[in-house]
Design a protein around this ligand. Structure first.
Ligand SMILES: Nc1ncnc2c1ncn2[C@@H]1O[C@H](COP(=O)(O)OP(=O)(O)OP(=O)(O)O)[C@@H](O)[C@H]1O
Ligand SMILES: [Mg+2]
Length: 476
């Protein structure tokens, strides 16, 4: 039992009715609800109260509501509060309070939050009971939900914290009260909501406001905003641990050899020399891994075991996951390599993904023709007035030179497409739905294809179309 009925009532100040004992988990979505969960009726795109009946039928133990939804019986298992979101926040605070043995890490940054959170969670859960945010649950409901789901006996809690506007991170980090805060980087992402990149840096710095006294902040030494962030940390009496390639970084990359599938990393982690293999060759993932090891060590984990576990870790779908897809199910030489970077994009992460593509070696084919490097790029969103210029600039990205064919979709992407030399142009379409079949038809044995774009550009559609290429052949 995650929460007893009494604990829930006390934490939320709500009024319980009906016959129920407590909650095995917390759910906000009937599609992912587990039996025994407390269903929280949040108001987002739709009003969660419309789903309370369905939640109870699916097996929810009770529902946290502000009113009795129509059609429910008088003795339905409910916990009534004024506002379910603030009740969820109160529950989150109670969870943080009772998890007295937990060491808490909070992760923010323009790119790499989920990658760092997932890797940390994989490493730490091999050592002690670990609780981490699901998916990218990093906003005003995602963070209190993750807190409310944290078991009392948790030893490591890993929280992703994100933002679209200034002022959003501060209240979330004050709930989480991390011992270690990580800022992966500050990049011109979500620039649309800010006057300047300095504004983004200041908004990321808010994560420090919740760090417990004597806590640590892990900062990217190579990022242009390091000094500003370090000054802020000093003003809050927090200890800065820097990571990067710079000579004075306290967690420092000493050597890197990148191959198509893996990277071999030599680093110094707070005066401990380490060597490890990473199943994610991109330089950005290598730098993320330094932040991961720094945070793990600061949280009190055994570094040697973390390094071993890191060798087993693989990036998730859309974040550098890679797979070979055979065009002919029985012939391994018919395969092309898919680099799935589809989850999200900004100028820096596209540049990083192009480098990863450049590193991948297309295979020779049966006809002796070499495979090609193909980039499939959707719009990078929320870049504000510079959007078209930032898209066009990708044509000049250092590693674009080694890409053979570029497929592009989206209104901003059109400026990139028109800037590319004609020999590199695959096709441009208004959206990913129209692009997917064109990319699918283009694939040949030996090719390497990298797919990337902002979440809103739905580039996962292209990935699904490419995956279906192997599935549809298999069925024949
Ligand atoms: N340090 C980094 N620098 C640049 N790009 C990165 C970095 N880390 C990850 N990426 C790339 O950015 C994309 C998003 O990664 P990830 O999901 O880890 O970031 P996130 O910060 O959690 O994003 P979101 O804000 O959407 O939750 C992926 O394609 C990933 O490969
Ligand atoms: Mg994320």
């Amino acid at each position: 039992m995650l929460w007893t009925r009494d604990a829930l009532t006390i934490a939320t100040g709500g009024t319980a009715s009906g016959d129920w004992q407590g909650a095995a988990g917390i759910s906000i979505d009937t599609r992912t609800l587990h039996p025994g969960d407390l269903f929280v009726a949040l108001k987002d795109v739709r009003d969660g109260h419309d789903f309370v009946g369905a939640a109870l039928e699916t097996g929810a133990g009770a529902a946290l509501v502000s009113r009795v939804p129509e059609g429910l019986s008088a003795n339905a298992p409910l916990l009534r509060v004024d506002d379910p979101l603030s009740a969820l926040e109160s529950l989150g605070l109670a969870a943080r309070e009772r998890a007295g043995q937990a060491r808490i890490v909070a992760v923010t940054g323009s790119a790499g939050k989920t990658s760092v959170k997932d890797a940390l969670s994989a490493l730490l859960s091999a050592q002690r009971s670990t609780h981490a945010s699901a998916k990218s649950y990093n906003n005003h409901w995602g963070v209190p939900l993750t807190l409310a789901r944290m078991p009392a006996a948790t030893r490591y809690g890993i929280f992703e914290i994100g933002m679209n506007h200034a002022g959003e991170i501060a209240p979330l980090t004050r709930m989480v009260r991390p011992h270690v805060a990580v800022i992966t980087n500050v990049l011109p992402a979500h620039l649309g909501n800010f006057d300047s990149e300095a504004g983004i840096a200041a908004a990321k710095a808010e994560i420090m406001e919740g760090v417990v006294p004597g806590g640590h902040v892990v900062l990217n030494r190579d990022n242009p905003w390091f000094d500003l962030l370090a000054t802020r940390a000093a003003s809050l009496d927090l200890t800065v641990v820097s990571f990067g390639e710079a000579a004075d970084a306290s967690v420092r990359l000493l050597g890197l050899s990148q191959r198509a599938e893996t990277a071999s990393v030599e680093a110094d982690i707070l005066d401990e020399p380490v060597l490890y293999k990473l199943n994610a060759p991109g330089r950005h993932q290598v730098l993320n891994s330094l932040a991961v090891l720094a945070a793990a060590k600061l949280a009190g984990a055994d570094l040697a075991r973390c390094v071993l576990a890191l060798g087993q870790w693989k990036p998730g779908d859309g974040r550098g996951a890679r797979r070979r897809i055979r065009l002919d199910p029985i012939d391994p030489r018919s395969a092309f390599l898919l680099l799935d970077e589809s989850y999200n994009a900004n100028p820096a992460s596209v540049a990083a993904a192009l480098e990863t593509l450049a590193l991948a070696e297309p295979a020779p084919t049966l006809t002796g023709r070499k495979g090609r490097r193909i980039a499939v790029l959707g719009d990078m969103l929320e870049l504000g007035k510079d959007a078209d210029r930032l898209h066009a600039q990708l044509a000049e990205a250092p590693h674009m030179a080694s890409v053979d064919v570029v497929f592009v979709c989206g209104p901003h992407g059109k400026t990139l497409y028109d800037t590319l030399p004609k020999t590199k142009r695959g096709a441009w379409t208004p959206d990913s739905a129209a692009l997917a079949p064109l990319v699918k038809a283009e694939m040949r044995a030996g090719d390497v294809v990298m797919v990337k774009g902002s979440l809103g550009s739905a580039m996962a559609r292209v990935v699904a179309a490419l995956d279906a290429l192997s599935a549809s052949r298999k069925k024949r």
